[in-house]
Design a protein around this ligand. Structure first.
Ligand code: FAD
Length: 281
């Protein structure tokens, strides 16, 4: 296999930094990661109390560095008017792609607003702006935690694509079978857009366990037990994490995954190491 055949599109996810030091640090992280020639970067919104301003500032910084960038855009609590205004701002800033989400109510309470599901947001963006935006949506190979059943969740995913999404990024997972099964089920429902696996590098056990419990991503028992056994031994956690996640990516590539979307956690090292293992760096 030559270098070109080996090429698998990658994208990178960042969260907006909260301090000026964080902004500088993320700029340095991006400079390292851009050696991977990402297709685009996405920037989260709302998670951890971040604001849309922080998201947009980070998106603008990435665009000014010559890399395509997409804000995550969640509709929970929004009105048609507020979404319309936000879309106008995106257009004004030269943004051409968005990751369209429902989002979560802070601490589970509050009002849903005028959009019930992400599919409503996707349909609204298409109705308001035609083909201006490339729209990514979320997919859950291990089922979204609030879904009635795995079947209902794949149906809900297919509805987002029918509403006009161009592609999907999955929640992270460590079980390749869950991804392949999800893709098969989606294809049977007529979904033909790329479903790009979201990849979470393993660098920090307690953080990973906290995130996974919150978002419903399973850490298989054999991985959890080993991570717990390593305790505070960061070097062993990182070496093990690199093996596990690189092997997962290899399997996904061999099974036809259309790309890899890295949850970088605003760190360069782990993503770079995985890509080096895969021959992508
Ligand atoms: P939806 O697609 O609307 O699904 C939510 C639930 O409703 C699911 O259980 C689904 O099965 C169900 N559902 C959907 N449509 C229907 C229907 N028509 N009928 C019945 N049930 C339906 N959160 C943030 O706060 N900020 C971020 O930046 C962020 N980025 C993310 C990026 C990715 C790639 C992923 C995978 C998740 C991200 N999240 C983010 C988390 C996301 O906001 C939550 O998982 C949220 O709970 C669901 O959002 P969604 O867009 O998947 O919602």
């Amino acid at each position: 296999m030559n270098a070109t055949e080996n090429r698998l599109p990658i994208s990178l996810e960042f969260f907006p930094p909260k301090t000026p030091e964080g902004v500088d640090k993320l700029a340095a992280v991006r400079a390292q990661l851009f050696a991977l020639q990402p297709e685009y970067c996405s920037v989260t919104y709302g998670a951890g109390g971040s604001t849309q301003d922080g998201t947009l500032q980070t998106v603008q910084a990435i665009l000014s560095e010559g890399v395509d960038a997409a804000p995550h855009f969640s509709c929970i609590g929004a009105t048609r008017e507020s979404v319309r205004a936000q879309l106008a701002q995106f257009r004004q800033l030269g943004i051409r792609r968005v990751v369209a989400l429902r989002g979560d109510l802070p601490s589970g309470y509050g009002s849903f607003g005028e959009f019930r599901h992400a599919s409503d947001l996707v349909a609204f963006i298409r109705a308001e702006t035609g083909d201006h935006f490339h729209i990514e949506v979320a997919a859950y190979p291990e089922m979204h935690p609030q879904a009635r059943s795995p079947d209902a969740d794949v149906q809900a995913f297919a509805a987002k694509v029918r509403a006009g999404a161009n592609a999907a990024i999955t929640q992270y997972f460590f079980n390749g079978d869950a991804y392949f099964r999800f893709v098969d089920e989606a294809r049977k429902l007529g979904v033909d857009v790329p479903i790009v696996p979201g990849i979470m590098p393993i660098t920090n056990s307690s953080q990973l366990m906290r995130f996974s419990d919150a978002c419903g991503a399973e850490i298989p028992r054999w991985i959890r037990l080993r991570l717990m056994a390593y305790g505070d031994d960061k070097a062993s956690i990182q070496a093990f994490g690199l093996d596990v996640v690189s092997q997962l990516c290899e399997r996904l590539r061999a099974g036809g995954a259309p790309g890899l979307h890295f949850y970088t956690m605003n760190q360069a090292h782990a993503t770079l190491q995985i890509c080096q293992r895969l021959g992508l760096a």
